[in-house]
Design a protein around this ligand. Structure first.
Ligand code: M6R
Length: 609
């Protein structure tokens, strides 16, 4: 978590740093700060609270200079406060750092440094890095960073400036993202390309244990022993406009509306109705390897985990391969049974979620082939996996994931159809029907988005209820969990997702007239069972909103409100069901008033355990 930026060039650094931090604020917003080399020394400004608070500070006294670093914080060690805000400096104030990650052995390092006479001003692990670099500094800041990084355990992306070497910025990374932007006579560093997309799309991704020196003229990268590493620049195909709100009040609403386009782009070049097939360049598995897979283990967190639930349903139905799901934070500690016939599928929007990346390497080290489904080109997941399937959602800025989720579903459906094609588990007519159904999803999502009044009006009634219960069956159990998560994270309301068949085993006790039940009642083989579940809720005076298909004349006799989504194959319906559930969460939150794009206590990318 936390966003870091760096700039070196001929322009005034501070406005560039602030602009970059605005685009990284989704990573954390407990405090923010900048440090600028001004010729004489290092000028630091910082403030607890969102970036706006720092901007207020800068209105009166912005530091000036052409080299600087900046930070937006998601607190881990030390509460949000001015003292704990980054940047942090060494005892002399000549070395200043910003950091994303957790230095796990910071207590031990700090004890040693304190015994050596270093004085600390904050409760953060980051300040340890500043003093550790100071302790190694003998006139070469890059070497001091290498020595310090070698002593640090845990995760870090560090960006460092030194008063005695005012023509460079040094950065280092391990398990936290760090990307370098290449300009003309100027260069950039950041946690995410969004920070500098408006200046350059030419980037270099740092790898674990790389130490990077950037000057105005260029960059050089070494390992921790100082050996030079040759890095190739890549061009990212996102543009700056994609990371703007484009007239929408919130990024979340914009991203919900972008789903038809994102789904189309994710299908492009992969699903062809003319050629009657699915092609997945990038998967990096031979047909023989695909035929030999006897088990799939999916690894993900949060929303991506919900995508894996729906993906399991599709893959098991269409390919008859058993799929095991794991919340990544659990997988890493349970010594999973994996061999060379197991396929690992890692799902992560950012491609940087720490638990997911550890899970990826766990199954890889046990001999499994791993494919990554990620939205970020060049991310850790993309680099560490054997094969990568990108979701072409474009930058997702709102903390609540929307278009990343539906495009992850799309990729998983393509994988299911591709494997079924190679393993021969579907007859041709059924395969054609499914490909056609998949092809129609973006257009059907568009139909939902063309008229959102029923969802808006439902939200206006239910936002002041005591909570929500989401119930569904089959492929849409994932929708129930995801719908509940969306409400929780942006409205702070109590919401639970449950398998409808489990209602009688406990959750039904919660039902009363102030607790709304949202149920997925689209066409499926368990439709009648869902109707019975609705009856049970109604018999306990519960209020029921059903997501159903147009033309369903039965459902209105059961539910209090009906929101329709176009009909599709049951296994693909989670994509369409997701849209009204996302909008419901959005409008409920809108009525309640919290900060929708930046909910409290959260950050977009969880790069700590
Ligand atoms: O970047 P990732 O997909 O690995 O992120 C995983 C979760 O942190 C993420 O999906 C989170 O649950 C969402 N922000 C929820 O909307």
């Amino acid at each position: 978590m936390c966003g870091i930026v760096g700039y070196i060039g001929e322009q005034d650094a501070c406005p560039i740093l602030i602009d970059g931090l605005k685009r990284l604020e989704y990573r954390g917003y407990d405090s923010a700060g900048v440090a600028v080399l001004n010729g004489g020394g290092i000028d630091i400004r910082k403030s607890v609270g969102k970036l706006r608070a720092l901007e207020n500070v800068l209105e009166d006294c912005a530091p000036h200079g052409c080299i600087g670093i900046g930070h937006t914080r998601w607190a881990t060690h030390g509460r949000p406060s001015d003292e704990n805000a980054h940047p942090h400096s060494d005892c002399t104030g000549r070395i200043t750092v910003v950091h994303n990650g957790i230095i796990e052995n910071y207590v031990e390092l700090k004890d040693r440094l304190v015994r050596g006479g270093h004085e600390f001003k904050s409760e953060t692990d980051t300040e340890v890095a500043a003093h550790l670099i100071e302790s190694h500094y003998k006139g070469d800041i890059a070497q001091a960073v290498r020595n310090a990084a070698s002593e640090m355990d845990g995760s870090f992306a560090l960006v460092v400036i030194a008063q005695n070497e005012p023509d460079k910025i040094i950065a280092a990374r391990r398990h936290s993202p760090l990307v370098i932007g290449l300009g003309e006579g100027e260069n950039y560093l950041a946690s995410d390309v969004a920070a500098f997309l408006k200046y350059t799309r030419s980037v270099v991704y740092a790898d674990d244990n790389n130490v990077v020196t950037i000057t105005r003229e260029g960059i050089s990268v070494t390992d921790l022993d100082g050996n030079l590493i040759d890095k190739k620049a890549q061009t990212v195909d996102w543009d700056a406009a994609m990371a703007e709100r484009g007239g929408y009040e919130h990024f979340m609403l914009k991203e919900i509306h972008e789903q038809p386009r994102a789904l189309r782009e994710t299908m492009r070049g992969r699903l062809s109705l003319e050629k009657n097939c699915v092609e997945l360049p990038g998967i990096n598995l031979t047909h023989d390897e695909i035929r030999k897979i006897d088990r799939i283990v999916m690894i993900a967190c949060g929303t991506a985990y919900h995508a894996s639930m729906a993906g399991k349903y599709a893959i098991e139905q269409l390919c008859r391969i058993p799929v095991e799901l794991d919340v990544a934070s659990e997988l890493r500690y349970r010594d999973p049974i994996v061999d060379e016939h197991t396929l690992g599928i890692v799902i992560s929007q950012s491609g940087e979620t720490l638990d997911t990346m550890v899970g990826l390497n766990e199954v890889k080290n046990k001999g499994a082939k791993v494919i990554a489904i990620t939205n970020v080109v060049g991310s850790m997941a993309a680099r560490d996996a054997h094969g990568v399937l990108y979701t072409y959602a474009g930058p997702e800025i709102a903390v609540a994931s929307t278009k990343a989720y539906t495009t992850q579903l799309m990729v998983l459906y393509l994988v299911a159809l591709y494997f079924a094609q190679i393993r021969g588990t579907l007859d041709e007519q059924r395969a054609t029907e499914l490909r056609e159904a998949l092809w129609e999803l973006p257009q059907k999502a568009e139909l939902i988005l063309n008229d959102v009044t029923a969802i808006e009006s439902a939200a206006a009634r239910y936002y002041c209820f005591n909570g929500f219960l989401y119930m569904a069956r089959g492929a849409n159990l994932a929708s129930a969990l995801e719908g509940a998560l969306k409400v929780k994270e942006i409205s702070y309301m109590h919401a639970e997702g449950y398998a409808a068949g489990e209602m009688k085993h406990g959750p039904i006790a919660m039902i009363d007239p102030t607790f709304a039940t949202i149920t997925v009642a689209v066409k499926s083989k368990t439709y009648d069972k869902i109707l019975s579940n609705i009856r049970e809720v109604k018999a306990r005076s519960g209020d029921v909103i059903a997501i159903a298909n147009p033309g369903d004349t039965t459902i209105s006799d059961y539910a209090d409100r009906v929101i329709t989504v176009p009909e599709t194959e049951e296994i693909f319906s989670p994509v369409l069901v997701a849209v009204p559930l996302q909008l419901m969460a959005y409008f409920v939150a809108y009525n309640r008033g919290p900060a929708i794009d930046q909910p409290r206590n959260l950050a977009k990318t969880v790069t700590v355990e």
